[in-house]
Design a protein around this ligand. Structure first.
Ligand code: SF4
Length: 273
């Protein structure tokens, strides 16, 4: 069995503590190496506590990005980082809920009604936008109505469709709450334009994958748009093309929330790029 480098020994000690706590043995998994079981042998029984060398032996365990030993892989490190960002944002929006008396989804509805380019919203539109059932949306909207922030209105001769409108108080609340996620944008201030472009590309790739697998229902970004033409030009500064606006697009030009977006068929979304 190979002797482990010091950093690995330290990592394994952490893993050992975690897995022992769960009562399922000293087991780790790394995506670079197969699956290992930690073994330890005392090397100096005359010191207290006795020092140990740790060794790895093969064993099967289910994978999790939350397993500290799995974070050796670059993919998992990124995944864990993104998960931490999501956790942080959850904490920020929960803080807003305490101050506003609104639930996170009620805050997001107000912001969508105020800021998104769509002019007329129905319960069904909100349900599709946020991947919720119409019944869940209706309950949240009723609560917003009771707080005097949203009104349901019918339009002209169409007596069946009910449209949602912000009241003046609702617009004020939405403008105030609209900055809740600015902390995320502010945190990018120290990055170079090149680093931001690489990050944008990565974010679009993750969102595209989430769209394909149904984790998110709506993403109005270039790479899922029927007007997007990937790698049309040889010019590396603007290799892509928007067929609607008839303009070249660089990687940094790619949009995440374009109002002109029209979805590709899902089969194409999951295809190239
Ligand atoms: S319409 Fe908007 S989303 Fe579609 S390709 Fe053009 S810029 Fe991108």
């Amino acid at each position: 069995m190979p002797r482990l480098a010091k950093s690995h020994r330290l990592r394994l000690l952490e893993v050992s503590a975690v897995t022992k706590e769960k009562g399922n043995g000293d087991v780790i998994r790394s995506s670079r190496v197969p699956v290992f079981h930690v073994d330890s042998t005392p090397t100096n029984p005359y010191v207290h506590p006795p020092s140990h060398h740790l060794y790895l032996t093969k064993r099967t365990v289910s994978s999790s990005i939350f397993n500290p030993a799995d974070q050796i892989s670059l993919d998992r490190k990124i995944a864990v980082g993104l998960e931490r960002i999501a956790e942080g944002l959850k904490a920020v929006i929960w803080n807003e809920t305490k101050q506003s008396g609104l639930s996170p989804i009620q805050i997001q509805f107000l912001i969508a009604l105020q800021f998104e380019m769509k002019t007329e919203w129905t319960i069904g539109d909100l349900a599709e936008r946020f991947g919720l059932t119409p019944a869940t949306v209706s309950d949240a909207v009723t609560s917003l109505e009771e707080k005097g922030l949203v009104q349901r209105k019918k339009k002209g001769g169409d007596r069946r469709t009910v449209y949602l409108h912000l009241t003046p108080s609702g617009r004020r609340a939405a403008r105030k709450l609209g900055g809740w996620a600015n902390i995320l944008q502010d945190s990018l201030a120290g990055m170079s334009p090149e680093e931001k472009t690489v990050m944008l590309k990565g974010v679009l790739s993750v969102l595209r994958s989430f769209r394909t697998s149904g984790v998110v229902s709506t993403v109005q970004m270039c790479t899922t748009c029927k007007f997007f033409r990937s790698n049309t030009y040889r010019n590396s500064r603007g290799p892509h093309h928007c067929a609607l606006l008839d303009v070249p697009l660089s990687e940094a030009d790619l949009r995440v929330d374009c109002p002109e977006h029209e979805p590709q068929e899902l089969a194409r979304v999951s295809g190239s790029r």
